[in-house]
Design a protein. Structure first.
Length: 399
Protein backbone atom coordinates (compact mmCIF):
# COMPACT_ATOMS: atom_id res chain seq x y z
CA UNK A 1 0.00 0.00 0.00
CA UNK A 2 1.26 3.43 -0.91
CA UNK A 3 0.79 6.47 1.32
CA UNK A 4 0.79 9.72 -0.61
CA UNK A 5 1.46 12.97 1.21
CA UNK A 6 0.33 16.16 -0.52
CA UNK A 7 1.31 19.68 0.52
CA UNK A 8 -1.34 21.66 -1.35
CA UNK A 9 -1.18 25.32 -2.33
CA UNK A 10 -3.33 27.65 -4.40
CA UNK A 11 -2.18 26.43 -7.81
CA UNK A 12 -0.08 23.32 -7.22
CA UNK A 13 0.60 20.46 -4.80
CA UNK A 14 3.90 18.89 -3.80
CA UNK A 15 3.46 15.10 -3.69
CA UNK A 16 5.53 12.45 -1.91
CA UNK A 17 4.96 8.69 -2.43
CA UNK A 18 5.82 6.57 0.63
CA UNK A 19 6.19 2.77 0.32
CA UNK A 20 7.34 0.67 3.30
CA UNK A 21 8.68 3.76 5.04
CA UNK A 22 10.76 4.91 2.05
CA UNK A 23 10.09 7.84 -0.26
CA UNK A 24 10.00 6.32 -3.73
CA UNK A 25 8.86 9.29 -5.76
CA UNK A 26 8.32 13.02 -5.49
CA UNK A 27 6.41 15.21 -7.91
CA UNK A 28 4.74 18.57 -8.34
CA UNK A 29 1.12 18.47 -9.55
CA UNK A 30 -0.90 21.27 -11.12
CA UNK A 31 -4.18 21.88 -9.25
CA UNK A 32 -6.12 23.10 -12.26
CA UNK A 33 -9.19 20.84 -12.25
CA UNK A 34 -8.66 18.98 -15.53
CA UNK A 35 -4.93 18.41 -14.95
CA UNK A 36 -5.45 17.35 -11.35
CA UNK A 37 -8.21 14.94 -12.38
CA UNK A 38 -5.79 13.39 -14.89
CA UNK A 39 -3.28 12.89 -12.05
CA UNK A 40 -5.96 11.40 -9.77
CA UNK A 41 -6.78 8.77 -12.40
CA UNK A 42 -3.17 7.52 -12.26
CA UNK A 43 -3.51 6.58 -8.57
CA UNK A 44 -4.29 3.06 -7.39
CA UNK A 45 -7.45 1.96 -5.51
CA UNK A 46 -5.30 0.84 -2.55
CA UNK A 47 -3.58 4.24 -2.13
CA UNK A 48 -4.16 6.43 0.91
CA UNK A 49 -3.71 10.17 0.41
CA UNK A 50 -2.94 12.69 3.17
CA UNK A 51 -3.63 16.42 2.85
CA UNK A 52 -3.92 19.34 5.27
CA UNK A 53 -7.14 21.24 5.86
CA UNK A 54 -7.01 24.50 3.92
CA UNK A 55 -9.16 26.64 1.65
CA UNK A 56 -9.21 24.23 -1.28
CA UNK A 57 -8.76 20.95 0.60
CA UNK A 58 -12.45 19.98 0.21
CA UNK A 59 -12.18 20.35 -3.58
CA UNK A 60 -8.99 18.27 -3.63
CA UNK A 61 -10.61 15.59 -1.46
CA UNK A 62 -13.69 15.51 -3.69
CA UNK A 63 -11.57 14.90 -6.84
CA UNK A 64 -9.39 12.21 -5.23
CA UNK A 65 -12.15 10.31 -3.40
CA UNK A 66 -13.35 8.04 -6.28
CA UNK A 67 -9.84 6.87 -7.20
CA UNK A 68 -8.18 5.97 -3.89
CA UNK A 69 -8.93 3.90 -0.82
CA UNK A 70 -9.05 6.87 1.54
CA UNK A 71 -8.29 10.59 1.77
CA UNK A 72 -7.18 11.70 5.24
CA UNK A 73 -7.41 15.41 6.08
CA UNK A 74 -5.02 16.60 8.80
CA UNK A 75 -5.34 19.43 11.30
CA UNK A 76 -2.53 21.82 10.22
CA UNK A 77 -2.15 23.39 13.66
CA UNK A 78 -1.61 20.04 15.37
CA UNK A 79 0.66 18.82 12.57
CA UNK A 80 2.96 21.78 13.19
CA UNK A 81 2.94 21.06 16.92
CA UNK A 82 3.79 17.37 16.45
CA UNK A 83 6.33 17.67 13.64
CA UNK A 84 8.06 21.00 14.19
CA UNK A 85 11.17 21.47 12.05
CA UNK A 86 13.58 24.36 11.55
CA UNK A 87 13.98 23.44 7.89
CA UNK A 88 10.58 23.75 6.24
CA UNK A 89 10.00 23.19 2.53
CA UNK A 90 7.12 21.86 0.46
CA UNK A 91 8.95 18.57 -0.12
CA UNK A 92 9.64 18.10 3.60
CA UNK A 93 6.01 18.92 4.50
CA UNK A 94 4.65 16.35 2.04
CA UNK A 95 6.97 13.65 3.42
CA UNK A 96 6.06 14.54 7.03
CA UNK A 97 2.36 14.15 6.29
CA UNK A 98 2.93 10.73 4.75
CA UNK A 99 5.16 9.54 7.62
CA UNK A 100 2.74 10.75 10.32
CA UNK A 101 -0.09 8.83 8.67
CA UNK A 102 2.04 5.71 8.30
CA UNK A 103 2.99 5.85 11.97
CA UNK A 104 -0.59 6.43 13.13
CA UNK A 105 0.17 9.89 14.57
CA UNK A 106 -1.75 11.98 12.05
CA UNK A 107 -4.20 14.40 13.78
CA UNK A 108 -7.19 14.07 11.46
CA UNK A 109 -10.26 16.26 11.08
CA UNK A 110 -13.74 15.11 10.14
CA UNK A 111 -14.56 15.41 6.43
CA UNK A 112 -18.15 16.63 5.88
CA UNK A 113 -20.40 15.00 3.32
CA UNK A 114 -21.72 16.85 0.28
CA UNK A 115 -25.05 17.78 1.91
CA UNK A 116 -23.27 19.31 4.92
CA UNK A 117 -20.95 21.24 2.61
CA UNK A 118 -23.94 22.68 0.74
CA UNK A 119 -25.53 23.74 4.01
CA UNK A 120 -22.32 25.37 5.18
CA UNK A 121 -22.04 27.31 1.96
CA UNK A 122 -25.61 28.54 2.31
CA UNK A 123 -25.27 29.74 5.91
CA UNK A 124 -21.89 31.31 5.08
CA UNK A 125 -23.50 33.16 2.18
CA UNK A 126 -26.23 34.41 4.50
CA UNK A 127 -23.66 35.58 7.02
CA UNK A 128 -21.86 37.54 4.31
CA UNK A 129 -25.10 39.16 3.16
CA UNK A 130 -25.95 40.21 6.74
CA UNK A 131 -22.47 41.66 7.25
CA UNK A 132 -22.80 43.65 4.02
CA UNK A 133 -26.19 44.99 5.13
CA UNK A 134 -24.69 46.10 8.44
CA UNK A 135 -21.91 47.97 6.61
CA UNK A 136 -24.39 49.73 4.32
CA UNK A 137 -26.61 50.74 7.25
CA UNK A 138 -23.57 52.01 9.15
CA UNK A 139 -22.59 54.22 6.20
CA UNK A 140 -26.12 55.64 6.09
CA UNK A 141 -26.00 56.41 9.81
CA UNK A 142 -22.57 58.01 9.35
CA UNK A 143 -23.95 60.39 6.69
CA UNK A 144 -26.80 61.42 8.99
CA UNK A 145 -24.43 61.88 11.93
CA UNK A 146 -21.99 63.91 9.84
CA UNK A 147 -24.75 66.32 8.81
CA UNK A 148 -26.28 66.77 12.29
CA UNK A 149 -29.51 65.03 11.29
CA UNK A 150 -31.49 64.05 14.43
CA UNK A 151 -32.43 60.43 15.01
CA UNK A 152 -35.49 59.22 13.12
CA UNK A 153 -38.36 58.23 15.38
CA UNK A 154 -39.23 54.78 14.09
CA UNK A 155 -37.61 52.18 11.85
CA UNK A 156 -35.20 54.08 9.62
CA UNK A 157 -35.09 51.37 6.96
CA UNK A 158 -38.84 50.84 6.65
CA UNK A 159 -40.84 52.27 3.75
CA UNK A 160 -41.68 55.40 5.76
CA UNK A 161 -38.07 55.72 6.93
CA UNK A 162 -36.72 55.54 3.39
CA UNK A 163 -39.18 58.19 2.28
CA UNK A 164 -37.89 60.37 5.12
CA UNK A 165 -34.31 59.80 3.96
CA UNK A 166 -35.21 60.94 0.44
CA UNK A 167 -36.53 64.28 1.79
CA UNK A 168 -33.47 65.19 3.87
CA UNK A 169 -31.78 68.55 3.08
CA UNK A 170 -28.32 67.16 2.30
CA UNK A 171 -25.61 68.41 -0.06
CA UNK A 172 -26.15 67.10 -3.57
CA UNK A 173 -23.14 64.75 -3.55
CA UNK A 174 -24.13 63.20 -0.22
CA UNK A 175 -27.74 62.94 -1.35
CA UNK A 176 -26.51 60.94 -4.36
CA UNK A 177 -24.40 58.69 -2.10
CA UNK A 178 -27.37 58.17 0.22
CA UNK A 179 -29.60 57.23 -2.71
CA UNK A 180 -27.06 54.66 -3.92
CA UNK A 181 -26.76 53.19 -0.42
CA UNK A 182 -30.55 52.91 -0.04
CA UNK A 183 -30.79 51.22 -3.44
CA UNK A 184 -27.98 48.82 -2.46
CA UNK A 185 -29.75 48.05 0.80
CA UNK A 186 -32.96 47.19 -1.06
CA UNK A 187 -31.05 44.89 -3.42
CA UNK A 188 -29.25 43.07 -0.61
CA UNK A 189 -32.45 42.82 1.46
CA UNK A 190 -34.09 40.99 -1.44
CA UNK A 191 -31.16 38.56 -1.51
CA UNK A 192 -31.50 37.99 2.24
CA UNK A 193 -35.23 37.30 1.87
CA UNK A 194 -34.52 34.71 -0.83
CA UNK A 195 -31.83 32.87 1.11
CA UNK A 196 -33.94 32.95 4.31
CA UNK A 197 -36.68 31.29 2.28
CA UNK A 198 -34.32 28.49 1.22
CA UNK A 199 -33.07 28.06 4.78
CA UNK A 200 -36.64 27.84 6.10
CA UNK A 201 -37.53 25.23 3.48
CA UNK A 202 -34.55 23.05 4.40
CA UNK A 203 -35.15 23.45 8.13
CA UNK A 204 -38.79 22.37 7.86
CA UNK A 205 -37.77 19.32 5.80
CA UNK A 206 -35.24 18.23 8.45
CA UNK A 207 -36.71 16.51 11.56
CA UNK A 208 -33.58 17.38 13.57
CA UNK A 209 -33.99 21.08 12.79
CA UNK A 210 -37.64 20.94 13.86
CA UNK A 211 -36.60 19.33 17.14
CA UNK A 212 -34.02 22.05 17.76
CA UNK A 213 -36.70 24.68 17.21
CA UNK A 214 -38.51 23.45 20.33
CA UNK A 215 -35.70 25.17 22.30
CA UNK A 216 -36.38 28.85 23.14
CA UNK A 217 -34.39 31.23 20.96
CA UNK A 218 -33.71 28.68 18.23
CA UNK A 219 -35.26 29.44 14.84
CA UNK A 220 -34.64 28.21 11.32
CA UNK A 221 -31.35 30.09 10.85
CA UNK A 222 -29.90 28.99 14.19
CA UNK A 223 -31.03 25.39 13.74
CA UNK A 224 -29.63 25.01 10.23
CA UNK A 225 -26.36 26.80 11.09
CA UNK A 226 -25.80 24.50 14.05
CA UNK A 227 -26.62 21.36 12.04
CA UNK A 228 -24.34 22.49 9.21
CA UNK A 229 -21.53 22.97 11.72
CA UNK A 230 -22.08 19.67 13.54
CA UNK A 231 -22.67 17.41 10.55
CA UNK A 232 -23.48 14.31 12.59
CA UNK A 233 -23.92 14.45 16.36
CA UNK A 234 -22.41 10.97 16.82
CA UNK A 235 -18.89 12.38 16.42
CA UNK A 236 -19.32 14.23 19.74
CA UNK A 237 -19.37 11.68 22.60
CA UNK A 238 -20.31 14.27 25.25
CA UNK A 239 -21.95 17.67 25.45
CA UNK A 240 -18.63 19.11 26.65
CA UNK A 241 -17.01 18.04 23.37
CA UNK A 242 -19.70 19.86 21.40
CA UNK A 243 -19.33 22.99 23.53
CA UNK A 244 -15.58 22.88 22.96
CA UNK A 245 -16.12 22.51 19.20
CA UNK A 246 -18.14 25.72 19.27
CA UNK A 247 -15.35 27.47 21.21
CA UNK A 248 -17.61 28.08 24.22
CA UNK A 249 -15.44 26.37 26.86
CA UNK A 250 -13.01 28.37 29.02
CA UNK A 251 -9.26 28.22 28.61
CA UNK A 252 -7.44 26.50 31.48
CA UNK A 253 -3.91 26.95 32.83
CA UNK A 254 -2.40 24.73 35.51
CA UNK A 255 1.18 23.95 36.47
CA UNK A 256 2.87 22.25 39.40
CA UNK A 257 1.14 22.59 42.76
CA UNK A 258 -0.86 25.62 41.70
CA UNK A 259 -4.62 25.25 41.24
CA UNK A 260 -6.09 25.44 37.76
CA UNK A 261 -7.08 28.88 36.52
CA UNK A 262 -9.93 29.27 34.06
CA UNK A 263 -10.01 32.22 31.68
CA UNK A 264 -12.12 33.44 28.79
CA UNK A 265 -13.69 31.12 26.26
CA UNK A 266 -11.27 29.57 23.78
CA UNK A 267 -12.94 30.97 20.61
CA UNK A 268 -11.16 28.20 18.69
CA UNK A 269 -14.25 26.47 17.40
CA UNK A 270 -16.79 27.16 14.70
CA UNK A 271 -17.24 30.95 14.75
CA UNK A 272 -20.51 31.00 12.77
CA UNK A 273 -22.26 28.56 15.10
CA UNK A 274 -20.90 30.35 18.16
CA UNK A 275 -22.25 33.69 16.91
CA UNK A 276 -25.77 32.40 16.24
CA UNK A 277 -25.85 30.61 19.61
CA UNK A 278 -25.03 33.87 21.38
CA UNK A 279 -27.82 35.57 19.41
CA UNK A 280 -30.15 32.73 20.40
CA UNK A 281 -29.16 33.26 24.03
CA UNK A 282 -30.36 36.86 23.88
CA UNK A 283 -33.67 35.66 22.44
CA UNK A 284 -33.98 32.90 25.07
CA UNK A 285 -33.61 35.59 27.75
CA UNK A 286 -37.00 36.98 26.70
CA UNK A 287 -38.89 33.68 27.04
CA UNK A 288 -39.97 32.39 30.47
CA UNK A 289 -38.30 29.20 31.61
CA UNK A 290 -35.09 27.79 33.11
CA UNK A 291 -32.90 29.41 30.44
CA UNK A 292 -34.12 32.88 31.41
CA UNK A 293 -33.54 32.11 35.09
CA UNK A 294 -30.00 30.93 34.27
CA UNK A 295 -29.33 34.07 32.19
CA UNK A 296 -30.54 36.36 34.98
CA UNK A 297 -28.48 34.53 37.59
CA UNK A 298 -25.24 34.91 35.63
CA UNK A 299 -26.10 38.48 34.67
CA UNK A 300 -26.32 39.54 38.31
CA UNK A 301 -22.89 38.08 38.96
CA UNK A 302 -20.87 38.82 35.80
CA UNK A 303 -22.90 41.12 33.54
CA UNK A 304 -25.10 40.66 30.50
CA UNK A 305 -22.29 39.83 28.05
CA UNK A 306 -20.97 36.97 30.15
CA UNK A 307 -24.54 35.78 30.73
CA UNK A 308 -25.16 35.60 26.98
CA UNK A 309 -22.01 33.52 26.41
CA UNK A 310 -22.82 31.23 29.36
CA UNK A 311 -26.36 30.75 28.08
CA UNK A 312 -24.97 30.00 24.62
CA UNK A 313 -22.95 27.18 26.15
CA UNK A 314 -26.07 25.98 27.97
CA UNK A 315 -27.84 25.95 24.60
CA UNK A 316 -25.01 23.88 23.13
CA UNK A 317 -25.49 21.33 25.92
CA UNK A 318 -29.25 21.24 25.30
CA UNK A 319 -28.67 20.81 21.57
CA UNK A 320 -26.41 17.83 22.20
CA UNK A 321 -29.06 16.14 24.36
CA UNK A 322 -31.92 16.91 21.96
CA UNK A 323 -30.00 15.47 19.00
CA UNK A 324 -28.40 12.55 20.83
CA UNK A 325 -31.63 11.44 22.54
CA UNK A 326 -33.77 12.27 19.48
CA UNK A 327 -36.44 14.00 21.54
CA UNK A 328 -37.86 17.50 21.94
CA UNK A 329 -36.78 20.02 24.57
CA UNK A 330 -38.31 18.99 27.89
CA UNK A 331 -39.81 22.41 28.65
CA UNK A 332 -41.05 23.19 25.15
CA UNK A 333 -44.39 24.95 24.75
CA UNK A 334 -46.37 23.01 22.12
CA UNK A 335 -48.56 25.90 20.99
CA UNK A 336 -45.64 28.32 20.82
CA UNK A 337 -43.55 25.79 18.88
CA UNK A 338 -46.41 25.21 16.44
CA UNK A 339 -46.69 28.97 15.90
CA UNK A 340 -42.93 29.17 15.33
CA UNK A 341 -43.06 26.39 12.75
CA UNK A 342 -46.04 28.03 11.03
CA UNK A 343 -44.13 31.31 10.70
CA UNK A 344 -41.21 29.37 9.26
CA UNK A 345 -43.56 27.72 6.76
CA UNK A 346 -44.88 31.12 5.68
CA UNK A 347 -41.31 32.35 5.23
CA UNK A 348 -40.61 29.24 3.14
CA UNK A 349 -43.45 30.20 0.79
CA UNK A 350 -46.45 28.29 2.18
CA UNK A 351 -49.80 29.90 1.24
CA UNK A 352 -51.76 31.79 3.84
CA UNK A 353 -55.06 30.17 4.78
CA UNK A 354 -57.45 32.89 5.84
CA UNK A 355 -60.52 31.83 7.81
CA UNK A 356 -59.15 28.33 8.42
CA UNK A 357 -57.65 27.04 11.66
CA UNK A 358 -54.03 26.16 11.02
CA UNK A 359 -51.41 24.26 13.06
CA UNK A 360 -50.50 27.41 15.03
CA UNK A 361 -54.09 28.16 16.06
CA UNK A 362 -53.68 27.16 19.71
CA UNK A 363 -51.12 29.88 20.38
CA UNK A 364 -53.71 32.55 19.67
CA UNK A 365 -56.14 31.08 22.20
CA UNK A 366 -55.49 33.06 25.36
CA UNK A 367 -56.24 30.25 27.82
CA UNK A 368 -53.85 27.81 26.14
CA UNK A 369 -51.13 30.43 25.81
CA UNK A 370 -51.42 31.41 29.46
CA UNK A 371 -51.46 27.79 30.62
CA UNK A 372 -48.20 27.07 28.78
CA UNK A 373 -46.61 30.29 30.07
CA UNK A 374 -47.56 29.44 33.65
CA UNK A 375 -46.00 25.98 33.28
CA UNK A 376 -42.60 27.27 32.14
CA UNK A 377 -42.74 30.06 34.73
CA UNK A 378 -43.11 27.39 37.42
CA UNK A 379 -40.00 25.64 36.06
CA UNK A 380 -38.20 29.00 36.15
CA UNK A 381 -39.11 29.51 39.80
CA UNK A 382 -38.09 25.91 40.57
CA UNK A 383 -34.65 26.64 39.09
CA UNK A 384 -34.37 29.80 41.21
CA UNK A 385 -35.26 27.84 44.37
CA UNK A 386 -32.65 25.23 43.48
CA UNK A 387 -30.00 27.95 43.13
CA UNK A 388 -30.99 29.42 46.49
CA UNK A 389 -30.55 25.99 48.04
CA UNK A 390 -27.00 25.89 46.66
CA UNK A 391 -26.22 29.16 48.45
CA UNK A 392 -27.43 27.95 51.82
CA UNK A 393 -24.57 26.78 54.02
CA UNK A 394 -24.92 24.81 57.23
CA UNK A 395 -24.21 26.80 60.36
CA UNK A 396 -20.85 26.28 61.99
CA UNK A 397 -20.91 23.91 64.96
CA UNK A 398 -20.88 25.63 68.37
CA UNK A 399 -17.64 25.59 70.32
Amino acid sequence: MRIIGMDIHRSFAQVAFLVDGQVTKEARVDLAHDRFLKFAKTLEPTDEVVIEATGNSSAVERVLRPFVKRVAVANPRLVRAIAYARVKTDKIDAVILARLHAAGFLPEVWVPDDDTIRRRRMVTERSGIVEHMVRVKSRIHAILHGNLIPKYEGCLFSKAGRAWLARLPLPSEEQAILARLVAELERVSAQLTEIDKRIAQQALDDPQACRLMTIPGVGTVVALTVLASIGTISRFPTSEKLSSYFGLTPTTQQSGDHPARHGRISRQGNAAARAVLVEAAWSAKMAPGPLRAFFNRVQKKAGAGAAAVATARKLAVLIWHVLSDDRDYAYARPAFTAMKLRKAALKAGAPREYGKAGPGRDYWIKEIRQREAEYVERTERAYERMVEAWKERPSAPAG
